[in-house]
Write a protein that binds this ligand. Structure first.
Ligand code: PLP
Length: 411
């Protein structure tokens, strides 16, 4: 008899987005003439920049000729892309990352989800709260989470690091020993960042306690302020303790094309049952070469075009477009006396719901009074209760309309 992985039964599932969709559909059915604007989904809306389209087309044409056709490529990625990544994203910024420390993939979701499987099942996992749900759910599936405690909206074996206005969204170091630490900056959902000094505390903690930091930097391209770290490797010693995840999804509009990369420095060590040090890069290489057959040549050619002079200029414009939306939302809402966070170095605006109003209550008010759909903060974790996420990925027209409609809200 085939038996299931029992851990799957502990998953709290897609309650958040399913419930958002349910309430949205009900409202539309009850109010067929209402024009509902969605600022809820974290997906881009602008088309791919021209330089990338040109790169993709050229690669398609190469696939049509016997002389330039490509079959399976290197699982880790083609050299042309690996070299463009290390030269532009690291070496140009004074960070020494080598091509054999970079692994190209078809998305950061897979990488941040898969990475946990090279670590021991008894590893203690720490996440910030609120959190991108993939970090938690993949550890639930693997069996590291313990049981779900409904009253707390938390798993018993996961260490949650609350982030709220009271601590300026800066997670405190854990008060018990942990092994794996997920950090995401700029943060989804709060849109907040960590300074170099704050990030250094985590690197120092990880070095002192032999932990591994899993640093998700999917929104790095949105950083506007000069002193905000763009890579964890800007911090001294980070290569000994951190894996960094980067994605072309939000950087260059690749959510539908699919390309990302993960950096696993050769210095990074973890330990076997006899406390012997193991090079994590070799484990990840083994995992990828066993379970992944590489990102497509066409996609990688498109990603390489991101680093061409035209590509860089066009991507900067794309980011500027979304960040102008962020500014419109942030300033428009703040002007109404609502407390807002994020939206300066990230495409997410995290607002505080009015005193005494829960995330879902705010969701209903926003939907029924302003016909806007956002995401209730509590859906990202218990510390998100009383907060609400809006995204800057909508069209300019909808963004402006949505901000105007916020004025209709009556509490
Ligand atoms: N990491 C974070 C924090 C995200 O918000 C997302 C997507 O929304 C991802 C990773 C997934 O990125 P990708 O499209 O590369 O799978």
């Amino acid at each position: 008899m085939a038996k299931i992985n029992q851990n799957y039964k502990k998953l709290q599932g897609s309650y958040l987005f399913a419930e958002v969709a349910r309430r949205r559909v009900k409202f539309i059915n009850d109010n067929p003439n209402a024009e509902v604007i969605s600022l809820g989904i974290g997906d881009v809306t602008r088309p791919l920049p021209e330089a990338i389209i040109t790169g993709l087309h050229a690669a398609v044409n190469e696939m049509a000729e016997a002389s330039s056709f490509r079959g399976y490529g290197p699982e880790q990625g083609y050299d042309f892309l690996l070299n463009a990544i290390i030269e532009n994203d690291y070496q140009a910024r004074g960070i020494d990352i080598k091509a054999n420390e970079v692994f190209v993939s078809d998305g950061s979701k897979c990488d941040v989800g898969n990475i946990q499987e090279i670590f021991s099942l008894d590893s203690v996992v720490a996440v910030t709260d609120p959190v991108y749900p993939v970090y938690v759910d993949t550890n639930v599936m693997a069996g590291r989470s313990g049981d779900y405690v409904k009253d707390l909206n938390r798993y018993s074996n996961i260490v949650y690091l609350p982030c709220h206005a009271g601590n300026h969204f800066i997670p405190a170091l854990p008060d018990k020993k942990v092994d794996l630490i997920y950090l995401c900056y700029p943060n989804n959902p709060t849109g907040m960042t960590l300074s170099k000094e704050e990030l250094k505390k985590w690197v120092d903690y990880a070095r002192a306690n032999k932990c591994v930091i899993l640093y998700d930097s999917a929104y790095e391209a949105y950083i506007q302020e000069k002193d905000v770290p763009r890579s964890i490797y800007e911090i001294e010693g980070a290569k000994e303790v951190a894996i960094e995840f980067r994605s072309f999804s939000k950087t260059a509009g690749f959510t539908g094309v699919r390309c990302a990369y993960t950096v696993v420095p050769k210095e990074l060590l973890a330990y076997d049952e006899d406390n012997n040090a193991v090079v994590v890069n070799e484990l990840w290489n083994r995992r990828q070469t066993t379970k992944f057959n590489g990102c497509s040549y066409i996609t990688q050619k498109g990603a390489a075009a991101v680093y061409s002079p035209e590509g860089k200029a066009q991507i900067a414009k794309l980011v500027e477009h979304y960040m102008t939306n962020a500014k419109i939302i942030r300033e428009g809402i703040a002007a109404l006396g609502i407390e807002v966070f994020g939206g300066i170095n990230a495409p997410y605006i995290w607002l505080k719901t009015p005193e005494g109003m829960g995330s879902w209550e705010f969701f209903d008010k926003l939907l029924t009074q302003a016909h806007i759909v956002g995401t209730p903060g509590v859906g990202f974790g218990q510390s998100g209760e009383g907060y609400f996420r809006l995204t800057a990925f909508g069209s300019r027209e909808n963004t402006e309309k949505a901000v105007e409609r916020f004025q209709n809200l009556r509490f």
